[in-house]
Ligand binder design. Structure first.
Ligand SMILES: Cc1cc2nc3c(=O)[nH]c(=O)nc-3n(C[C@H](O)[C@H](O)[C@H](O)COP(=O)(O)OP(=O)(O)OC[C@H]3O[C@@H](n4cnc5c(N)ncnc54)[C@H](O)[C@@H]3O)c2cc1C
Length: 459
């Protein structure tokens, strides 16, 4: 079976690195509240709520505003915010207050800055939920859900809060934030649960059952702790703070996807709370329709409380002296001599080459055109995450035609770092510039960092 070929995650990585800026200025972009949820406030409308009336009249707009809405251009208390404060939340509010501590894990629109912090979305999409509840376990999910449903409110589950569209924090909904459920000490690690995986010869060597509120970084660390020595790999994307649940529900791609598949391919089982509060498991053998719907459909079928991840083993090394399951980050820069041939060769690499070889390469490449370090030339920069040693990587690149010197000329590049977060000291910096990188037949790598296992490095 052919798996998704080399993934390209750099742009996303840059966004992850810069998202902190959004925290500082949540209203720097033109921002209009989504009116699609106005129907859930029908009740409020009937009761004469100003907030609902505002939504109904499509007057709920933040266009052109700067700064916090509480001290907006409209004066000390922006009129829109004042309107929001007047919502009568009725039974939902008192029900939630019975179970949750107001202002430590429960927030309403009249809670001022605390509410503004809690409703914050990673990419400055301005949303005004009716309540935000931080739950810590399955029972609390059930309580929060019941309070919302019994009082006619819609619910949105929130994990790592990294939805670009702010989909976890909807206007007028009760947001159930599961971030505080993450408890790595309570992960269930099963090393007896093993079996074949997608590519011929590949296998998973155990499972980790994690709470849905964890992030990709936590899963990487857990994979390293429990399966690092055996070459176990945890699939993650380019941003460590992305939530595992939103990531998997949306598909989930990462640098090792060419070998292990997407996030949906490594989840063996979901545990969910359904709309009526019942707790169910969904796997290939149990509630299989729910299992399939949760694999890439983007959620909405219940609140996921746990995911059981398959830990796939990295491919074995070819050489005796490279015992173990090495992992290399390598950088290769080449000027293109023949653009047509190069484009064809790269497409063949994606679609026709042996997946047991190309499946070991993750990462991506850039095309560029001078003027620049290489004059007016067209050049390509490969930044690979390779499941093996650097020596094997070079051999595989050669076999698949990416080093052919009638198409590409390898060029040099000044010193550079790997740019990744490293989880262990147990790795070798092979070289950081072409001055020190090992020579092979027709050139040198621009940099190479060799690790003793994939689990040691966060991508
Ligand atoms: C900087 C950045 C880098 C990224 N890099 C990658 C990448 O490399 N590869 C990739 O595949 N994707 C990537 N993504 C996309 C990311 O996987 C999605 O945005 C994902 O939905 C975020 O999940 P979350 O839990 O953090 O977000 P949230 O905003 O909390 O949730 C996203 C969606 O999932 C739902 N959801 C969350 N938790 C639950 C739950 N417990 N039960 C039911 N529904 C739930 C929410 O309701 C919402 O609809 C990136 C995103 C960002 C912002």
């Amino acid at each position: 079976m052919k798996l998704p070929s080399v993934t390209f995650l750099f742009v996303i990585g840059v966004l992850c690195a810069t998202e902190g800026y959004a925290h500082d200025s949540p209203y720097t972009q033109e921002d209009k509240v989504d009116l699609s949820s106005a129907d859930v406030l029908e009740d409020e409308l009937n009761n004469g709520s100003l907030w609902a009336r505002g939504l109904k009249k499509k007057e709920w707009s933040y266009k052109g505003k700067k700064g916090d809405d509480m001290t907006s251009s409209k004066g000390e208390c922006g009129i829109d915010y004042c309107e929001a404060k007047q919502i009568s939340l009725g039974g939902m509010k008192s029900c939630l207050k019975e179970h949750f501590d107001h202002l430590s894990n429960l927030y309403f629109p009249d809670d001022g800055d605390d509410y503004n912090l809690a409703r914050y979305t990673a990419f400055s999409v301005s949303r005004y939920p009716a309540a935000i509840v931080y739950v810590e376990d399955v029972e609390e999910v059930q309580h929060a859900l019941k309070c919302a449903v019994d009082n006619g409110y819609k619910v949105s589950a929130r994990g790592g809060n990294h939805s670009y569209q702010g989909l976890a924090t909807m206007d007028g909904y009760v947001v159930i934030d599961i971030g505080r459920t993450c408890k790595p000490d309570e992960f269930v690690v099963d090393k007896t649960d093993q079996g074949p995986h997608i590519l011929e010869g590949s296998k998973y060597i155990g499972t980790i059952k994690a709470q849905a509120g964890c992030t990709n970084a936590i899963m990487l660390a857990a994979g390293h702790e429990h399966f690092g020595e055996d070459g176990g790999m945890t699939l993650a994307g380019g941003c460590p703070s992305v939530g595992i649940t939103g990531y998997v529900l949306g598909g989930g791609a990462g640098n090792i996807s060419p070998y292990v598949g997407y996030g949906v391919d490594i989840v063996k089982e979901f545990q969910l709370v359904l709309h009526d509060g019942t707790v169910v498991k969904a796997s290939e053998n149990e509630n299989s329709d729910l299992y399939w719907a949760s694999r890439g459909g983007g959620g909405g079928n219940g609140i996921v409380t746990h995911l059981t991840y398959k830990i796939v083993q990295a491919p074995k090394q070819k050489y005796e002296e490279d015992l173990g399951r090495k992992f290399t980050l390598l950088n290769l820069r080449m000027v293109i001599k023949d653009v047509d041939k190069a484009a064809k060769r790269i497409m063949e690499w994606f679609y026709d080459a042996d997946p047991l070889i190309t499946g070991k390469f993750g990462g991506g490449f850039f095309w560029g055109k001078g003027p620049g370090s290489y004059g007016e030339s067209i050049f390509v920069i490969f930044v690979f995450a390779y499941l093996g040693s650097w020596r094997e990587a070079v051999e595989d690149l050669k076999v698949t035609g990416l080093l052919d010197d009638d198409i590409f000329t390898i060029v040099s590049y000044p010193e550079q770092s790997h740019g990744n977060v490293i989880l262990s000291e147990d790795y070798e910096v092979l070289c950081t510039s072409d001055q020190t990188c090992p020579q092979f037949e027709n050139g040198k790598l621009s940099s190479a960092y060799e690790f003793n296992s994939y689990a040691e490095v966060e991508l």
